[in-house]
Design a protein around this ligand. Structure first.
Ligand code: MNH
Length: 489
């Protein structure tokens, strides 16, 4: 057999790796194909700050320490890399913001046009949509609680309902995005059936996920084509629906959603606008990049609050304090930044379970990292956030959930770049403010409105989809009816 070169070969340098390497398949057995990230997290912790995995002809180099992460996050020397799993998404998202190569002109143009739509101040225009969508979820829970009481399913107050947390949060964040991105309501909480667009999105995402690891495997191309074939119908439906929405809006001058901004705002200096095709790529990108990530962040936070009664009590006291006596009150735009403790609860959940588990970096020119490993622009390293965020050099008792790690005075004591859930540099997450604004207002409203309890026998399991989310995590939610008393302080 002809020996073909290894992809991402790092000039032939070797790093610690998890198991004995076998001919042809490499370390295929070391990683569970359904849960590759969880596998790396599992054995990565004992392999040191930099390690590798080779599967077939593909080599992956992983970074686990805060120190090396800081080096790779130096924008003067390094930039975003697009490993095969990300390039595979270009088929759907083209040169949209997430999947664009650094030097593609549409990245710069879209970045400059869209940055103003994602500032903290810009969240004012999405705020009422975000709160209204969250209220729809809460009302849906309340209707179900009443229904359950009628059916005699609950014995006490009758206002308790069960939530499949990840599923409900994913519906919520998806619905928030379709409304803020292109003013479409897909009726996730008001209609009993799943809208075909949402169903098609879920199917397409599943395909994307399965394709991710296939690239270099023997027969991988064939499998990829097979998956594409099965997915083609869903993809065509999504594309045609989005193209129709875009075309319908081409002549109006609204600028009250992301689509309106993309259609109607020209670059202040060059007068350029995004093409219709690129606008579709951007909308798909926002839907994909923005919904499951935020949903996972919400779900992990609710998980940790359910397991840490003291944190839960402090978070609830804050919600009551700011929102007052009416348990159905939702935060105003101005109130959102005041939930400082709830925000720390969210930050800490994203430390232990960063929902985007990794991102990749390449050097701009030949260089050395850690003072001794040669790295060339065609090489890339994957920063494994789940390991970096638990690096014992930086984090004391890293497995303990402690939101106060994110008090300003504690943040200041840590080295820069030890916490990177939203990525680094120019290509960092554009939706960060959007995600944080939405997540904080949902948590505050939820804690104010419901008592929550997890099944005491539940053990956290993590589901690896495009992103990381809690698996089969349920909360029982009981409507709070008594006026909050903690709030009058
Ligand atoms: Mn988001 C890039 C994490 C919410 C849209 N996002 C990134 C990156 C990380 C990330 C990490 C960098 C990836 C890389 O370097 O390859 N994002 C998150 C997390 C959340 C999140 C943890 C929620 C919590 N992201 C959102 C939301 C949106 C969004 C919400 C949109 C509404 N993210 C993006 C886009 C990019 C991105 C677009 C690509 C930005 C660019 O490269 O210019």
């Amino acid at each position: 057999m002809l020996r073909r070169p290894v992809n991402n070969d790092w000039s032939g340098q070797r790093f610690p790796h998890p198991t004995k390497r076998r001919p042809i398949i490499g370390e295929l057995g070391a990683s569970d194909p359904r849960n590759p990230i969880l596998s790396v997290l599992q054995w990565g912790a004992r392999l040191g700050p930099i390690f590798e995995l080779q599967v077939f002809r593909q080599k992956f180099v992983f970074v686990a320490s805060a120190e090396l992460t800081a080096e790779l996050c130096d924008e003067t020397r390094f930039c975003k890399a697009l490993p095969p799993a990300i390039t595979a998404l270009r088929q759907y998202a083209g040169d949209g913001l997430f999947t664009a190569f650094n030097d593609e002109p549409n990245w710069q143009l879209a970045h400059e046009l869209l940055m103003p739509a994602f500032t903290k101040a810009a969240m004012r225009s999405y705020h009422s949509t975000m709160t209204a969508t969250a209220c729809e979820l809460f009302d849906y829970w309340d209707r179900r609680a009443v229904g359950a009481a009628d059916a005699g399913a609950t014995t006490d107050s009758g206002a308790t309902t069960d939530s499949d947390v990840t599923q409900d949060m994913t519906k919520l964040t998806m619905e928030t995005l379709t409304r803020t991105a292109f003013s479409r309501d897909f009726g996730s909480f008001t209609s009993p059936e799943q809208h075909p667009f949402v169903a098609a999105m879920i199917r397409a995402l599943e395909t994307g996920r399965r394709k991710g690891g296939l690239g270099t495997a023997p027969g991988g191309r064939f499998l990829t084509r097979y998956l594409d074939h099965r997915n083609a119908e869903h993809q065509a439906y999504i594309d045609s629906l989005l193209d129709k929405v875009i075309a319908e809006r081409a002549d109006d001058h609204r600028q009250d959603d992301l689509l309106g901004i993309m259609l109607n705002v020209a670059h202040p200096e060059t007068g350029e606008k995004l093409s219709m095709l690129n606008i579709r790529y951007q909308i798909l990108t926002f839907l994909v990049a923005g919904h499951e990530t935020t949903s996972g962040a919400l779900s992990f936070t609710l998980y940790y609050l359910s397991q840490n009664p003291e944190c839960l009590a402090r978070a609830r006291a804050e919600a009551d304090d700011i929102l007052g006596d009416d348990p159905t009150a939702m935060p105003t735009f101005e109130q959102v930044p005041k939930f400082r403790y709830i925000r720390r609860c969210l930050d800490e959940a994203l430390r232990i379970w960063p929902t985007v588990p990794a991102f990749a970096r390449s050097p701009r020119a030949d260089t050395e990292i850690a003072g001794r490993y040669r790295m060339r622009p065609q090489d890339w390293a994957v920063i494994m956030l789940g390991l970096v965020h638990r690096d014992p050099e930086v984090w004391d008792r890293p497995d303990v959930y402690d939101p106060d790690r994110f008090l300003a005075e504690n943040v200041k004591k840590r080295p820069a770049h030890s916490y990177k859930p939203f990525g680094a540099g120019l290509r960092a997450c554009i939706g960060r403010q959007f995600a944080l604004h939405e997540a904080v207002l949902v948590l505050a409203g939820l804690l104010h409105r419901y008592e929550l309890a997890a099944d005491p026998s539940y053990q956290l399991a993590v589901d690896e989809r495009l992103t990381m989310v809690p698996k089969d995590f349920h909360l029982s939610l009981t409507k709070r009816t008594i006026p909050a008393t903690a709030g009058i302080g």
